[in-house]
Write a protein that binds this ligand. Structure first.
Ligand code: SF4
Length: 329
C-alpha cells in the first residue's frame, strides 16, 4: 500500500478545509470499502481526512416529522433504531440485507452511499477499466458480466451500484445533505448517483471536496407499508443479483402513492418512475402490478450473460407488491 498522511477532523468545516488544502485527499469514515481499495492499489490517496469522529452520529426527528440521519451513524445502529424499524421498515430491511454483521458495525451512512462498484475488473489494476482509469476500456463488456447492469449502462461502463441501503433511500424519497467549498447543498437520493455515459469515473453528483453530512427521510406514519427483497447467490454476505424496495400506500381501493426502486440492475439505484406512474390511481391488483412492472422493465438492455436479471427483478417486484397490497387495500 502506498504511504499516506492522516488528519483527524474536529468539525465539518475543518474536514472540508483539510481536504481542500491537500491535493489527493480522501475522506475516511468506516473505511470498509476505501481501505480494501487502497490495499488493492485502486485508491491511492495522498491524505486521509478522518471524519469518523465528527458529531454526525445521531438520528433525530425534525419538527415536521422527518427523520435526519447523521452521516457517521453506523449501518447496524441505523437498522436497529426504533424509529427506523417502526416508520421505515424498508430501510431497516435493506441495511440488514447488506454485508455482514461485522461490516455493518463499522460502515457508515455516508460511506455506504459512496462505496464503489464491486466489478472485478475495477478491482484488478491489471485489467482495463474506464471507471478506474478513464480511456483504458471496459474489461467486462466482452468478459464476465453476469452480475452487471441491464438498465442505464453505456458502452463505457456496465457496472452496477452495490448498495442495498441506497435502493431503500431512493424509494423513500430521501434527500442527501452535503457540505463543501460552496457551503451546504441538498440532493434527492434518487439523483445522487449518476449514470456512466461518457464518464464512468464519476459515480455520483458530489463535487470535489464535498462531504456527506446527513440523510433526511420525509415524515412517515408508523408501519409505513414498505418492503425490501434481495436475490443473491448465497443467503448472506453477498451482493444482490437483483433487489427491490417498495413503498405502497393505498386508500379507497386504489394506489395513492408508490415508491419503487430496483437495486443491482443499473449503475445507480433505479427509481421505477414509469411503474409508479402506471400504478397511481389504479386498483392494487396482480394485473395492474404486472402491467406497471413490465412497462418499467421494457427499457432493459441485457448483456450476453445477464438476461436472467430482468425476469428475476420482475418476479421480486411482483412478489413485494402483492405482499404489500393486502395490508393496504
Ligand atoms: Fe470498469 Fe465499469 Fe467496465 Fe467494470 S463495467 S470494467 S467498472 S468500466
Amino acid at each position: 500500500m502506498k504511504s499516506f498522511a492522516y488528519v483527524r477532523a474536529g468539525s465539518v468545516e475543518e474536514a472540508a478545509d483539510a481536504y481542500a488544502s491537500r491535493p489527493g485527499a480522501r475522506y475516511l469514515a468506516g473505511g470498509t470499502n476505501l481501505v480494501d481499495l487502497m490495499k488493492l492499489g485502486v485508491e491511492r490517496p495522498a491524505t486521509l481526512v478522518d471524519v469518523s469522529r465528527l458529531p454526525l452520529d445521531t438520528v433525530e426527528e425534525l419538527p415536521d416529522g422527518a427523520l435526519r440521519i447523521g452521516a457517521t451513524v453506523r449501518n447496524s445502529d441505523l437498522a436497529a433504531h426504533p424509529m427506523v424499524r417502526d416508520r421505515y421498515p424498508v430501510l431497516s430491511q435493506a441495511l440488514l440485507a447488506g454485508a455482514s454483521g461485522q461490516l455493518r458495525n463499522l460502515a457508515t451512512t455516508g460511506g455506504n452511499l459512496l462505496q464503489r462498484t464491486r466489478c472485478p475488473y475495477f478491482q484488478d489494476t491489471g485489467k482495463p477499466c474506464n471507471k478506474r482509469e478513464p480511456g483504458s476500456g471496459c474489461g467486462a463488456l466482452d468478459g464476465v458480466h453476469r452480475d452487471h447492469a441491464v438498465l442505464g449502462h453505456s458502452s463505457r461502463c456496465i457496472a452496477t451500484h452495490p448498495s442495498d441501503m441506497a435502493v431503500a433511500l431512493a424509494a423513500l424519497d430521501a434527500h442527501i445533505e452535503l457540505y463543501g467549498p460552496d457551503g451546504e447543498r441538498v440532493l434527492p437520493a434518487a439523483e445522487f448517483h449518476r449514470l456512466p455515459g461518457e464518464h464512468p469515473e464519476r459515480d455520483t453528483e458530489i463535487r470535489p471536496g464535498e462531504l456527506i453530512t446527513g440523510v433526511v427521510l420525509p415524515a412517515a406514519p408508523a408501519g409505513l407499508p414498505s418492503l425490501y427483497r434481495k436475490a443473491r447467490d448465497r443467503a448472506s454476505y453477498a451482493f444482490a443479483l437483483a433487489s427491490v424496495a417498495v413503498v405502497l400506500e393505498t386508500a379507497d381501493g386504489v394506489v395513492r402513492h408508490a415508491g419503487i426502486a430496483f437495486g443491482a440492475l443499473a449503475p445507480r439505484p433505479w427509481r421505477a418512475r414509469i411503474a409508479e406512474e402506471a400504478l397511481l390511481g389504479a386498483a392494487p391488483t396482480a394485473a395492474a402490478f404486472e402491467h406497471a412492472v413490465d412497462l418499467e422493465l421494457a427499457a432493459a438492455q441485457p448483456l450476453r450473460d445477464n438476461a436472467y436479471k430482468v425476469r428475476l427483478a420482475r418476479n421480486l417486484a411482483l412478489d413485494v407488491l402483492s405482499r404489500l397490497a393486502p395490508a393496504t387495500a
